[in-house]
Design a protein around this ligand. Structure first.
Ligand code: GLN
Length: 418
């Protein structure tokens, strides 16, 4: 039954594949080279598992998806309060490159718009750092988050700098209010290099999962950020990550997120997983058209919304696997949502089943959502396809119905049998 989650992700991509709305931006020459057909999604769990579909290996510049991570690094270096002096945390309700500051405090509204991100970039490695050293600190930190060495796309930087009047204006504005000390040109070069790190969806998904995991990189196990910094970062992403579409995003998708002009969108469910999606055509707010749809569909389907009351973590969902006579009984416990079912499927995949029936005992399952039940049923169907006889112990009807995708029913096994 390998491939169940990637198959699901492929279905998610198929649902949006034909959508051609939006435009590939060309104000940065490197972006115009992107293939508008690129479409991909990767999930990375905080337990270190990864699932991908579509163009998961395409490389692109990180652009604004870098903003939350540099914000996190600044807070890690200087403390949350010191960074708050420089940048606020209120949604601006404006485009990402607006030349605006908070009226009273004269600081950028938040670190997710360019004004805030340029100010935050300047904090890294101390305000007296030169550009090369600062950018190298950022590159190294991002590489640790991704778990591999990332590189800066120098030609993307050059191309963007040729038309960087807006960002230069923002930097001049920041300097005139003593928010940054660098020359405007240096500040913009430094920020643009940060935006030009080359990544894949795998990099972004594990970076998102690191925030979701409270700062410990799920694969290397290295602590890169404190839990408090991750919480602050995800909170600001939740309110400001999708520019002036942030309110609609929170209502429809309901997880912290960040988008960028290269067409990437990341999001995460704290404690559970990171997600990254890619599709280069953008809507009027500067967010990937299909990327947003992918998240909307996944959130509804998988029950990701943070305000949803069915969202209880279920990472330890397999209680035991016992051989009883000719049967292997897999006992499930707790909440079976996406992450609960993902854990169960992982255990089933690794288990070396002997002959005889595989019986899933769901009588201890406290709660489940549609996605969790669907994954369990599909997992059982695939085990049967592999030649195993299957069944469930479900005295309370926890699975709601035992109909599988192929139209057949999962056989019910009596509790006292075996
Ligand atoms: N480098 C881009 C810019 O500053 C990033 C913008 C974005 O991804 N929204 O214009």
């Amino acid at each position: 039954m390998k491939g169940l989650i990637p198959d699901y992700l492929t279905d998610i991509l198929d649902e949006v594949r034909d959508v051609t709305d939006g435009e590939v931006p060309d104000y940065i020459p490197a972006l115009a080279e992107a293939d508008p057909a690129w479409l991909g999604v990767v999930i990375h769990t905080t337990t270190g598992n990864t699932y991908a579909a579509g163009d998961d290996l395409a490389e692109f510049t990180i652009q604004s998806v870098s903003k939350p991570f540099t914000y996190a690094l600044a807070m890690q270096e200087l403390g949350i309060d010191a960074v708050r002096e420089v940048v606020g945390m209120e949604p601006s309700g404006e485009a990402f490159n607006e030349m605006s500051l908070e009226k009273e405090a004269k600081r950028p509204f938040n670190p997710m718009i360019n004004a805030g991100a340029i100010a935050v970039n300047q904090l890294i490695n101390g305000t007296d750092s030169d550009v090369d050293d600062r950018v190298e600190v950022i590159r190294q930190f991002f590489s640790k988050l991704a778990g591999r060495e990332l590189e800066i796309d120098a030609s993307a930087v050059d191309g963007e700098m040729e038309g960087a009047d807006r960002n230069l204006s923002i930097a001049h504005m920041l300097r005139s209010y003593d928010i940054i000390v660098d020359e405007a040109h240096d500040a913009v070069i430094s920020y643009t290099r940060q935006c030009s790190l080359r990544v894949t969806l795998h990099d972004l998904a594990v970076m998102a999962a690191t925030l979701a995991n409270g700062g410990i990189q799920p694969v290397t196990g290295e602590r890169l950020l404190s839990e408090a910094v991750c919480r602050q970062t995800m909170a600001v992403m939740a309110s400001c990550g999708m520019y002036d579409a942030a309110g609609r995003w929170m209502a429809r998708v309901g997880i912290p997120a960040k988008s960028g002009v290269s067409g990437a969108v990341i999001g995460m469910l704290p404690g559970q997983l990171g997600i990254a999606a890619l599709s280069p055509r953008l809507d009027g707010a500067g967010n990937s058209v299909r990327g947003v749809k992918i998240f909307e569909n996944m959130s509804t389907d998988m029950g990701l919304h943070l305000m949803s009351t069915e969202n209880i973590a279920g990472a330890h969902a397999v209680r035991s696997i016992n051989r009883v006579g000719e049967d292997t009984i897999v006992t499930i416990q707790g909440m079976v949502n996406f992450i609960g079912a993902e854990a169960i499927l992982g255990v089933l995949n690794q288990h070396n089943f002997r002959d005889g029936r595989i019986v899933l005992d769901v009588s201890r399952m406290v709660e489940s959502n549609t996605m969790g039940r669907r994954m369990l049923k599909e997992g059982l169907r695939r085990l049967r396809e592999e030649g195993h006889e299957i069944g469930v112990i479900d005295p309370d009807g926890g699975l709601k119905q035992r109909l599988m995708d192929d139209g057949s029913q999962i056989p019910l096994v009596n509790e006292n049998e075996g």
